[in-house]
Design a protein around this ligand. Structure first.
Ligand SMILES: Nc1ncnc2c1ncn2[C@@H]1O[C@H](COP(=O)(O)OP(=O)(O)OP(=O)(O)O)[C@@H](O)[C@H]1O
Ligand SMILES: [Mg+2]
Length: 277
């Protein structure tokens, strides 16, 4: 038993799972812990590296105490059960609130959520912690719709991120798979450009993901959906134009063939135009 009271170790845990929610790295259960509702997060631990990460995350979470976070209340960190228990927040998380409930918050509500979350990020920044996966699905809402940041599965102390030297792989020009696994983490559409360019995570990349999340809250649109739609429209317009021009070209070719005996070169001259379309 680590970090606080409760847990199976001292017999105060009522382990009764009522509902579960699967993330990619773990399953979150709704449980009773000492009579209180809690969220139990059971990570998938398949390698010793996963186990090290679990202990790292646990140690980091034990350092945290802020109202803008989903608070760790207990943990079990001995075989065969590796679990973390958190203060429970009723669904939906912010992502489901926006996209499933189709919530349209007022500007005041957006400002409240943004400033509350910004203070939480500031708190983490002061402690030198980078979250690395800020996104609406990792933001839980309380009954007053105030945001609580969750999912510290990728969080790290900045000093530990720096210990993987950027120079090592940049100079070789070819980062190892290990580097990518350690550093290209997070969720692509919320990732800051410097992370996509393979720089290291900093508190600034968290701020970028925060801004993308607030944009999603304001617009109700998943990042880059509009670009994808635009790209599709562009492709279909180009394809329609291409078909029409091709028809026109073949019509013109036929016309020319009637009048000229020297038209063998024409398709060659027309082809580059088709290619551009
Ligand atoms: N304290 C909590 N109270 C209520 N629900 C929670 C709590 N913590 C997590 N959840 C729910 O479980 C989901 C997955 O949790 P979390 O993000 O911590 O796990 P994960 O395995 O890292 O998931 P993913 O890889 O999808 O981000 C959250 O999006 C949220 O809906
Ligand atoms: Mg998550």
């Amino acid at each position: 038993m680590v970090c606080g009271d409760g847990g199976r170790g001292n017999g105060t845990t009522m382990w009764r799972h009522m509902r579960r929610r699967a993330g990619s790295e773990s399953t979150v259960y709704e449980v009773r812990l000492g009579g209180e509702r809690a969220a139990a997060k059971k990570p998938v631990l398949s390698t010793s590296d996963d186990l090290d990460k679990f202990h790292y995350q646990l140690q980091l979470l034990c350092e945290l105490d802020h109202p803008g976070l989903a608070k760790l209340i207990a943990a079990h960190a001995r075989p065969p059960n590796y679990l973390m228990f958190f203060e429970y927040f009723e669904p939906p998380n912010l992502a489901d609130k926006i996209h499933v409930e189709e919530w349209s918050p007022s500007i005041q509500q957006v400002v409240t959520i943004a400033s509350y979350l910004a203070k939480t990020l500031q708190y983490l920044q002061i402690l030198g912690i980078v979250h690395r996966d800020i996104k609406p699905a990792n933001i839980l809402l309380d009954k007053d719709l105030l945001p609580h940041l969750a999912d510290f599965g990728l969080a790290m102390y900045q000093k530990d991120i720096k210990s993987v030297s950027a120079e090592n792989w940049k100079s070789s020009g070819k980062p190892t798979g290990g580097f990518y696994k350690k550093n290209m983490v997070g969720t692509l559409i919320y990732m800051a450009p410097e992370i996509l360019r393979k720089d290291l995570h900093t508190e600034k990349s968290d701020v970028y993901s925060f801004a993308i999340s607030i944009n999603e809250l304001l617009t109700g649109v998943v990042p880059y959906t509009d670009l994808r739609a635009e790209a599709q429209v562009c492709i279909s317009i180009h394809y329609t134009i291409f078909l029409q021009v091709r028809q026109l070209l073949s019509f013109l070719s036929e016309q020319f063939l009637d009048f000229s005996s020297n038209l063998d070169t024409l398709p060659a001259r027309l082809m580059p135009l088709q290619k551009h379309l």
